[in-house]
Design a binder for this molecule. Structure first.
Ligand code: ATP
Length: 231
């Protein structure tokens, strides 16, 4: 097996509430390699988003160990997590979170603003990424003029700008029609085929079947894992 990109060992996550603690994750042990494509499935409230957020250093577990790119991250401070969130991980959400008054290209360039500006080379990379997702002709269109599928493709291009090690996608096709859903998933599969790592939460069994690995979570525990190559 290829070298691990992310490792979770006996991860526990509880949320305190007025009615007692909610157990979101329990004894989660999972290894994700540097070239992997994994779908997280399971009923609503089973812990999928919590797991994604712990993988991305957005949320911290109450117990257990989390390693990303060889570094233990579950005890890091917010300050220490910031560069990890910016450089190693990128998110694609269900609703395309674009700045509506910026162009598609400006939206793709947003992560570079945090990383110290957008030089000519970065601009060219952003354009190349828009080309890759089939939107070169929309580069200078405002985000609010794009269709749902186009907006989601811009989000994928933006996620790739800083060459993250791990793409975390939380129901990225939830609001789209069947044909557009497949287009988006093909782009995520393509990231995997080119050597990247994608972890996607989905309720869609068809998309789950297409993934290399499927992990089903129930009540915060891994209930089953299956793996195969693309059908
Ligand atoms: N901030 C929070 N405070 C309290 N409880 C929370 C919090 N976030 C999540 N939970 C609880 O943790 C459990 C897991 O939530 P999570 O969002 O990870 O589930 P999910 O599988 O992603 O659900 P869905 O498919 O509906 O998005 C749920 O019972 C949820 O109510």
């Amino acid at each position: 097996m290829a070298e691990s990109l992310a490792v979770l060992r006996n991860v526990e996550k509880n949320y305190p509430t007025a009615n007692g603690a909610v157990v979101a994750l329990s004894k989660i042990t999972l290894e994700i390699s540097r070239h992997d494509y994994l779908c997280l499935m399971g009923p609503s409230g089973s812990g999928k988003t919590t797991l994604l957020n712990i993988l991305g250093g957005i949320d911290q577990p109450n117990a257990g160990e989390v390693f990303l790119d060889g570094q233990r991250i579950d005890k890091l401070s917010e300050q220490e997590l910031l560069p990890i969130r910016r450089r190693k991980v990128a998110y694609v959400f269900q609703e395309a979170r674009l700045m509506p008054s910026l162009t598609a290209l400006e939206n793709v360039l947003l992560p570079s603003a945090f990383a110290g500006g957008d030089d000519k080379q970065t601009q060219e990379r952003a354009l190349a990424l828009l080309r890759k997702v089939g939107l070169e002709k929309r580069a200078h269109h405002l985000a609010h003029q794009l269709s749902g599928g186009e907006a989601q493709r811009v989000c994928i291009a933006r996620a790739l700008l800083n060459r993250p090690l791990l793409i975390l996608a939380d129901e990225p096709t939830g609001n789209l029609d069947h044909a557009t859903r497949l287009e988006i998933v093909r782009l995520l599969e393509n990231i995997y085929e080119e050597g990247g790592t994608v972890v996607m939460v989905t309720h869609d069994p068809e998309l789950g079947r297409r993934a290399r690995r499927r992990i089903v979570i129930h009540d915060g525990r891994i209930q089953e894992e299956a793996s195969d190559l693309f059908a």
